[in-house]
Each structure stands twice: as structure tokens, then as C-alpha cells.
Write a protein that binds this ligand. Structure first.
Ligand code: SAM
Length: 420
């Protein structure tokens, strides 16, 4: 096909592509998070929203590679909305197995519906070429490198290639389960149960009955490492949406779940209610909140740059910068100091972040030491089901390059401290 092939008769634009285009504009132009952008999509079929989300996420995950595949077919830079449509078309052709005629025709229709009629010929021609030779071009690229901003790549040291490779595909669905897991999952060595990417949790048997909750296998580790016992007084300082609070409550400990954000408190309450797990939920700023009596244990799953969750939130690579890491570090320090003040002597703190940035992980340890805490290493026994996650210094460190045979895991850092 030559670039002069006339565009096919336009199919009607559909909610999936229209929605994905709006999501991409929200993230890449208006710098909104993908999750917030999803909330602003016009109400529609759940299936359409899920498909729009999946398509937008595929573009955000592989933007650098998709641009490189498209580039040789462009004589000059197209306007941003046209580039978005080309990326979406290329993602469908190369990453999502959409039949070529559907990917091309819907891209042309989308260009028309967005007032880009002068570009429909270009969209048609470029995507036909991508359909013909794009798979080969994509395979020849150093994709993970192209899809990762330099500041992140250089911050991940020797693991950068492994981590970035682990982020090129959609993440599976992991559950923390009470009792028997719903059929179709793989029980991972750490006990989480894994379902193929795209599985909808609300459609699994036992959801309404509250027999499980969504939680990445790595995210399930910090609360387990706190090893709360029945009757212990435990606070979860940054609790919403509640995965770790639920784990703590399931141990029989007396749990207080603190959350500052009113909107997220709603999700926390809904989740605990569905799971029928008891916890006292308090809306408060954990840097100033204090318990009525000193606590046996605290879980601090601190707000962070979230670079460990790029597989699930590929907008992070487009939205976050080193400045966000610096801002998060200041919050983490204040929260660690507050957590130390809540503990009885001998009380335990697990500090955790879903970040792979060293400043937010090992960088936080001296702050804890200055706040009257001593570091207590995790042991090989405690991490016997995931030995690769135990660092020389005795921290937990996971990343998407671990467990390639199962489909990776999120990036997490955790360390344990004891109040002196
Ligand atoms: N632990 C949660 C879970 O497992 O579902 C995830 C927690 S998320 C990483 C961080 C949470 O901390 C956010 O919901 C955020 O609103 C909340 N947060 C941030 N700063 C806070 C503060 N100073 N006090 C209380 N909550 C805070």
C-alpha cells in the first residue's frame, strides 16, 4: 500500500477508541492521572471503559517504542492529536492483536470525529504501513529502554534493564484470599493468587461475599512482615484503599486505619465492609494524629512516587519526575517521625513504599534511626518464599523483573524498625 491509498469508508467512531483518546489527552496534555481521567469519562458500558483503559494503558506503556515504529512513515511531525491517534492505531496493531482493518478504519473514523479530516489520509497510510512492517520494526528495537525516561533508568542501577523489561506488558490480577481462591488462579509461593491480565475481579466467584481483595503479590508482603498477633494494637497510617488494613484486620489484631483523603476514605470503608473485616477508620493526618495509648505495631505504607506500580499505572512514567521523589521524601520523613512517637518501647514499625527510588527506600532508614528506632533486618526464614527480595542490608526489595516465570510483581521497598 502506498501513502496515497484512499482512506477506507469510515466506520462509526466507537466508545473504546473515543474513550482511549480522551484518556490519553487527559494524561499527556493535561497531566491528569489515568485513574482520575477514568472517573471523568462519560458514563457508559463497563466493558467499553475497560477496553478504553486497556488501550490507553498500552500506549502509555510503550510510547517510546510506538513513536519509533511510526517515525519512518512520517515526513514531518504531525499535530499532537494526530500523533495520539497514530499511537493508538499502532498499539492495537502491534500490542493488542486488533485485526488490521479494524485498527485502521477506527483510527480514520476517530480522526474525522475529532475534526482532523485533513489528516485521515495520513492516518490511513501510516497505519497500513505499520500493519505491514511494524511488528518486525518493533522487535528490532531496544523497547524497554525507549519506554523508560532517563531519570528512572539511571536511578535503577544494574536492575534497570530487568525492571524496564518487566514493565512492557500488562500486569496480571493478584488477589489476597481468605480461604479457598476462586477457580482459574495460580497460587504463588508467597500465598497470593494470580489470574491472567484483564481478569475482572468483580466477575470472580466470591467477590460480593468478600472472600478476597485485589493486591499485588509484592504489596501483600509488608503487612505479613509486620506479623500482627490477635489482640495487638496496630495502626495503619496511610490506609486507603485498604489492602494492607484488611490483611492486618484478618490477623485478629485491633486495627486503627488512618487516612487523610476524604474521597479515599469512602473506598476504604467500602472495602472493609465488603470483606466484613473490623477496623476503626479515622480520617486524620497521620503526621499529627496520636493514638490514645502507645501501640504495639505500626504499618506505614507511605505516599510515594509510585514508580514500583508502573506496570499497573503506566501514566507514572509520563507524569512523575525527580521533583516528585523529593516531595515524597519530605512527607515520608514526617510520617516516620510521627510513627515512632506512636509506638511503645519494643513496638514494631514496618515502613513500606511502592517506589523503587533509593531515596524513598534505603534513604529513609537514617531518619528512622534518628527518631528513636533501631533497624531490625528481615531474615531469610521470613522471606523463604521469595529469597531474591531480601537485600544484603536486610530490607525487602521487589521489582517487576522478579518472578519472570509467573509474570513479575510490583516494585516495593520495606524495612522493619523497633522502638528503643
Ligand atoms: N496502604 C494502602 C493499601 O494497602 O491499600 C495504600 C496506601 S497509599 C500508598 C498512601 C495513602 O496515604 C493514600 O491513600 C493517601 O491519601 C494517604 N496519605 C498520604 N499522606 C497522609 C497523611 N499525612 N496522613 C494520612 N494519610 C495520608
Amino acid at each position: 500500500m502506498t501513502p496515497r491509498t484512499p482512506p477506507p469508508r469510515a466506520a462509526r467512531p466507537d466508545p473504546t477508541r473515543e474513550g482511549a483518546f480522551d484518556l490519553l489527552s487527559a494524561v499527556l496534555v493535561r497531566h491528569r492521572s489515568l485513574e482520575d481521567a477514568l472517573d471523568t469519562l462519560p458514563p457508559g458500558e463497563l466493558r467499553d471503559r475497560a477496553a478504553a483503559h486497556r488501550l490507553a494503558a498500552a500506549v502509555l506503556r510503550r510510547t517510546g517504542s510506538l513513536d519509533q515504529v511510526i517515525k519512518p512513515h512520517l515526513r514531518r511531525d504531525p499535530p499532537d492529536p494526530v500523533r495520539q491517534i497514530l499511537r493508538m492505531g499502532a498499539a492495537q496493531l502491534l500490542l493488542l492483536d486488533t485485526p488490521a482493518h479494524a485498527a485502521v478504519a477506527t483510527a480514520v473514523a476517530l480522526a474525522r470525529s475529532r475534526g482532523l479530516t485533513p489528516f485521515t489520509g495520513l492516518v490511513n497510510a501510516v497505519l497500513r504501513r505499520v500493519a505491514e512492517s511494524g511488528a518486525e520494526a518493533l522487535a528490532a528495537l531496544e523497547g524497554p529502554r525507549l519506554d523508560t525516561p532517563h531519570w528512572l533508568w539511571s536511578s535503577w542501577g544494574n536492575d534497570a534493564a530487568l525492571i524496564a523489561a518487566g514493565q512492557t506488558t500488562e500486569a496480571p490480577l493478584d488477589l489476597t484470599v481468605i480461604g479457598e481462591p476462586p477457580p482459574g488462579g495460580v497460587v504463588l509461593p508467597t500465598g497470593s493468587v494470580r489470574y491472567p491480565a484483564g481478569t475482572r475481579v468483580t466477575e470472580l466467584a466470591g467477590y460480593e461475599e468478600g472472600r478476597f481483595w485485589v493486591q499485588d503479590a509484592a504489596a501483600a508482603l509488608p503487612a505479613r512482615l509486620l506479623a500482627a498477633k490477635p489482640g495487638e494494637s496496630v495502626a495503619d497510617l496511610c490506609a486507603a484503599p485498604g489492602g494492607k488494613a484488611a490483611q492486618l484486620a484478618a490477623t485478629g489484631a485491633t486495627v486503627t486505619a488512618i487516612e487523610r483523603d476524604g474521597r479515599r476514605i469512602g473506598r476504604l470503608n467500602d472495602n472493609l465492609a465488603r470483606l466484613r473485616l473490623p477496623a476503626t477508620v479515622v480520617q486524620a493526618d497521620a503526621t499529627t494524629w496520636r493514638p490514645p495509648a502507645l501501640l504495639d505495631a505500626v504499618l506505614l505504607d507511605a505516599p510515594c512516587s509510585a514508580t514500583g506500580t508502573i506496570r499497573r499505572h503506566p501514566d507514572v512514567v509520563h507524569l512523575k519526575s525527580q521533583q516528585d521523589v523529593t516531595t515524597a521524601v519530605a512527607q515520608q520523613q514526617a510520617l516516620i517521625i510521627a510513627a515512632a512517637a506512636m509506638l511503645r518501647p519494643g513496638g514494631r514499625l514496618i515502613y513500606a513504599v511502592c517506589s523503587m527510588q533509593p531515596e524513598e527506600g534505603p534513604g529513609a532508614v537514617p531518619v528512622a534511626m534518628n527518631a528513636g528506632l533501631r533497624h531490625e533486618r528481615f531474615t531469610a526464614d521470613e522471606l523463604s518464599t521469595l529469597p531474591a527480595a531480601l537485600t544484603k542490608a536486610g530490607y525487602l526489595r521487589t521489582h517487576p523483573g522478579l518472578w519472570p516465570e509467573y509474570g513479575g510483581m510490583d516494585g516495593f521497598f520495606a524495612a522493619r524498625f523497633v522502638k528503643i
